[in-house]
Design a protein around this ligand. Structure first.
Ligand code: GLA
Ligand code: ZN
Length: 682
C-alpha cells in the first residue's frame, strides 16, 4: 500500500524553495529584479507580508493592498507562489498608541513601550479584533489568487503577557480546570508555606516579584500560555478557513522552544513548519550538532503523525544574531538543507531573500546580498540547491515509519526544569539527544513524540527521565510492553504526577510493576566524579566489562526484574545499575544511572540486532555520517550525509542503488565529499 501524503498544496506538486521576502521595504524597481533573480536562484516560493502590517493598514481602517496585489501578480507571472503571512507578529505604531492594552506586560508587571516585535497581549479583545479584520481582508482579497499557496500565521508565537486581562483569563482557565478552589489548593500543595488561596482573585501568575515556588502553579501557567496562544491562533485561523478552506495553514515553530507545547498547537494546523538555525562549525564536531538538528526535524515530522513538514526558515549563509556569525563552509548549505528534506521536509526556505538596507537584520544572511546581483558564492549555492530540489518530485509526500520512538515531552521538561534537586542542571533534553544520537549514527530512523502518543506501531520505546507520568501513560506503556514491545526507561522516572505531586508508596510510582523495581534514592555526583557500572556475565544485551556513570545514579531494588549490571564502586557497589523485567510478550529495561556513550552504544547495538529495527541502509556508517530514509512503502530514498569536513568512504555492498540527483547507478565503495550528501533511490 502506498504511504504517501499529498503535496502541501496540490497546486504545487514540487519542493518549495524560497525565503522571507519583504517587498514592502523596497521600491517597485527592486521587485522586478527580485523576480528575475528568483528564477535564476531556482526559487519558487516567497514568504510575503510577515511584518507588513504598517504598509497594509497605514492608518486605522485604511487599507492599502496595491503593492501586495502587484507582488502577488508578479509572483504568479513568474511561476512562483506566495506563502502569505498574517501580520500579527509586529504591529503599527498607531495601534499601540491608540490601544495601549495591546502592549505586553512583563512578569514584573511593567508594561512595555511600543517597539520590537512578538510583543502583543495574547488576550486583548482589541488586538484579536484588529488581527481578525486584517486577516479577513487578506483572505477576501487573495482567496482566488493563483499565487496563494500557504498561509503563514504571524511569526514565531512565543512569550507571555501578565496584564490584567491575561491574569483574569488565567483565573477563568483555572476555574474551568478545577471544580473548586479546594481542589486547586490540594493539587498545588499550597498548604506549604501557608500559600493556601481563599479566593480565586488571590491567584497571580508566577512573577519574580511574587510567587515562584508553587510548582503546580508554574505548570498550570505554562499550560495556560499554550492554551491562550492556541486560542489567539484559532482567532487568526477562523477567517482564513472560512474564506480559503483549501489553502493550508501553518505557523513557524522554534524547535524545542520551551515556552509553548507544540503538541497542543499542532492539531489546529494543516502543516507544521519550523525555523532552523544551527551553529555549524563551532567548537563541537558538526556531527554532534547534526544529530541534535535531526532530533528536532523528527519532532516536526511527528507533530502530525509523519506528515511532511516545511523548513520555513534557515540561513543561506550566516546568522547575524549569533555571538560569532560564522559562514557555512562549502557544502554545508546543501547538506543542511537536504538534511531537513531527509527527515521529512517538503520545502527549503530561508530567512531571508534580500538583505535589508537598514535596521537590525541588515547583516543577516540572504540569497541576494547588498551588492544586488547573482554573482555571489551564496547565490550560486542557493541556485545549485534549487536545481537539486527540482529533481526531487518523487520524494514529495513520502515519509518514514520507524520502529523506534523516543519520548521527549514538553510538560515533563517543564517539571524537571522547575524541580529543585537532585541537581540544578538535570539535563533532560541533552539526555534525550544522547539516546537519540545512537540511532542517528546507525541510520536507524526514530520518531520523537510526547508521552501521550500512540505507541502501538513501535518495537522499541525509549523514554529517558520520564519524571512526570500523566494519567493513562503507565497503562499505555504497560500495554505496549505486554504486546511485545521493548521499553527503555531510566533513572528519575515515575516521580511526579501531572500536577507535580510526588507519587507515594515508592518510585517509580505507576511504573513500578512494569519496571519491576523500587527506586529508593538517587545520588547526584559533582562534575568529574564517576561511578563504575559492571555488566553481569549473562546480560544478553551486548554489554561487557566496566562502564562509567556520571551525574545521577538511582539506588534501586530489583523486585520482579532481573539484574543485568551492577554498580562497581561507591557505597552502593553491587546494587542494580541495569535491570530487565519481562512483562507479557515484551520487556521493560531500566537504566539506573547516566552512563556514557559507550554503554548506550553497546546497548542499542544489541537491541537493534535483536529487535531487527528498521535501518535506512544495511551498512556500517563511518563516524559523523548518518543515513535517513524516506519512502512511500514501495520506493525507498536513502539520504546519506557526511557531516565531516573530510572525505569518507561508505561501503554499500552490492545493493542496486541509483543516485537520484545524478542518475548514476551506485554500489560498492561510495565516496562522500567533505559535507557531502547523496540521495540513493532503491
Ligand atoms: C527568526 C525570525 C525571522 C528572523 C530570523 C533571523 O527566525 O522568524 O524573522 O528574525 O529569526 O535569524
Ligand atoms: Zn495581556
Amino acid at each position: 500500500m502506498s504511504d504517501r501524503y499529498p503535496p502541501i498544496n496540490p497546486n504545487c506538486p514540487h519542493f518549495l524553495h524560497g525565503g522571507d521576502y519583504n517587498p514592502d521595504q523596497w521600491p517597485p524597481e527592486v521587485w522586478e529584479q527580485d523576480m528575475r533573480l528568483m528564477k535564476l536562484a531556482h526559487c519558487n516560493a516567497m514568504s510575503v507580508g510577515i511584518f507588513a502590517w504598517a504598509r497594509l493598514e497605514p492608518a486605522e481602517g485604511q487599507f492599502d493592498f496595491s503593492w501586495l496585489d502587484r507582488i502577488m501578480d508578479l509572483l504568479a507571472e513568474s511561476g512562483g507562489y506566495a506563502v502569505l503571512a498574517t501580520p500579527s507578529g509586529a504591529r503599527p505604531a498607531w495601534l499601540s498608541a491608540k490601544y495601549p492594552e495591546v502592549l505586553r506586560v512583563r512578569p514584573d508587571r511593567g508594561r512595555n513601550l511600543h517597539g520590537r516585535r512578538h510583543n502583543h497581549c495574547l488576550t486583548s479583545p482589541i488586538y484579536r479584533e484588529k488581527v481578525r479584520i486584517i486577516n479577513t481582508k487578506l483572505a477576501e482579497r487573495y482567496r482566488d489568487h493563483p499565487a496563494l499557496l500557504v498561509w503563514h500565521l504571524s511569526n514565531e508565537y512565543g512569550g507571555e503577557c501578565h496584564c490584567e486581562l491575561c491574569r483574569d483569563a488565567f483565573r477563568a482557565w483555572l476555574q474551568r480546570e478545577y471544580p473548586s478552589l479546594d481542589a486547586l489548593n490540594q493539587v498545588w500543595w499550597t498548604a506549604f508555606w501557608s500559600h493556601t488561596y481563599t479566593a480565586w482573585e488571590q491567584i497571580e501568575p508566577p512573577s519574580p516579584i511574587g510567587e515562584t515556588c508553587v510548582h503546580g502553579l508554574n505548570l498550570d501557567w505554562k499550560r495556560f500560555l499554550t492554551d491562550q496562544t492556541t486560542d489567539f491562533m484559532r482567532n487568526e485561523i477562523a477567517p482564513l478557513r472560512e474564506l480559503t478552506p483549501d489553502v493550508p495553514v501553518t505557523t513557524n515553530f522554534m524547535g524545542t522552544y520551551a515556552g509553548l507545547n507544540y503538541w497542543k498547537m499542532a492539531p489546529e494546523l494543516d502543516v507544521i513548519s519550523w525555523d532552523s538555525y544551527p551553529r555549524w562549525h563551532g567548537a563541537r564536531p558538526d556531527a554532534d550538532l547534526a544529530a541534535e538538528v535531526a532530533f528536532v526535524h523528527d519532532i516536526n515530522r511527528c507533530l502530525k503523525g509523519g506528515k511532511p513538514f516545511m523548513l520555513m526558515e534557515s540561513t543561506p549563509s550566516m546568522t547575524n544574531w549569533m555571538r560569532v556569525a560564522k559562514l557555512k563552509r562549502p557544502g554545508m548549505h546543501k547538506l543542511a538543507s537536504l538534511q531537513a528534506v531527509a527527515h521529512g521536509s517538503d520545502t527549503v526556505q530561508y530567512f531571508q531573500w534580500r538583505k535589508s538596507l537598514g535596521s537590525s537584520e541588515k547583516f543577516h544572511g540572504a540569497v541576494v546580498d547588498h551588492v544586488g546581483h547573482e554573482n555571489t558564492r551564496v547565490f550560486s549555492d542557493v541556485a545549485d540547491l534549487g536545481r537539486a530540489l527540482e529533481k526531487l518530485d518523487p520524494v514529495i509526500g513520502t515519509t518514514v515509519r520507524p520502529d523506534v520512538a523516543l519520548v521527549y515531552d514538553w510538560e515533563n521538561n517543564w517539571a524537571i526544569t522547575d524541580a529543585a534537586g537532585p541537581r540544578h542542571d538535570k539535563g533532560y533534553l541533552p539526555t534525550c539527544r544522547r539516546h537519540y544520537r545512537q540511532f542517528w549514527r546507525r541510520g536507524i530512523p526514530v520518531d520523537v513524540i510526547d508521552m501521550d502518543q500512540d505507541l502501538s506501531g513501535y518495537k522499541l520505546v525509549v523514554a529517558p527521565m520520564l519524571y512526570m507520568v500523566r494519567q493513562g501513560v503507565a497503562e499505555r506503556l504497560e500495554a505496549f510492553v505486554r504486546g511485545g514491545g521493548t521499553l527503555v526507561a531510566t533513572y528519575w522516572s515515575g516521580i511526579v504526577d501531572e500536577h507535580d505531586l510526588c507519587f507515594l508508596g515508592g518510585f517509580p510510582g505507576p511504573l513500578r510493576s512494569l519496571l519491576g523495581i523500587w527506586d529508593e534514592e538517587i545520588d547526584a555526583l559533582y562534575e568529574g566524579d564517576s561511578v563504575a557500572v559492571v555488566a553481569a556475565a549473562d546480560n544478553g544485551l551486548g554489554l561487557s566489562g566496566q562502564y562509567e556513570a556520571r551525574e545521577l545514579c538511582a539506588l534501586v531494588h530489583a523486585e520482579s526484574a532481573q539484574v543485568l549490571a551492577t554498580y562497581g564502586s561507591e557505597f552502593y557497589a553491587g546494587r542494580p545499575a541495569l535491570t530487565g523485567n519481562a512483562v507479557g510478550e515484551g520487556r521493560a529495561l531500566y537504566v539506573a544511572s547516566r552512563n556514557g556513550d559507550r554503554f548506550l552504544g553497546d546497548l542499542y547495538t544489541a537491541l537493534a540486532g535483536d529487535l531487527g529495527l528498521l535501518r535506512t541502509l544495511d551498512v556500517d556508517l563511518p563516524d559523523g555520517v548518518s543515513a535517513q530514509l524516506r519512502t512511500d512503502g514501495e520506493r525507498r530514498f536513502a539520504f546519506l550525509m557526511n557531516f565531516n569536513a573530510a572525505r569518507v568512504v561508505v561501503e554499500l555492498g552490492s545493493a542496486a542503488l541509483t543516485d537520484l540527483l545524478s542518475g548514476e547507478a551506485v554500489s560498492g565503495s561510495l565516496e562522500l565529499e567533505p559535507y557531502g550528501v547523496r540521495i540513493l533511490a532503491q
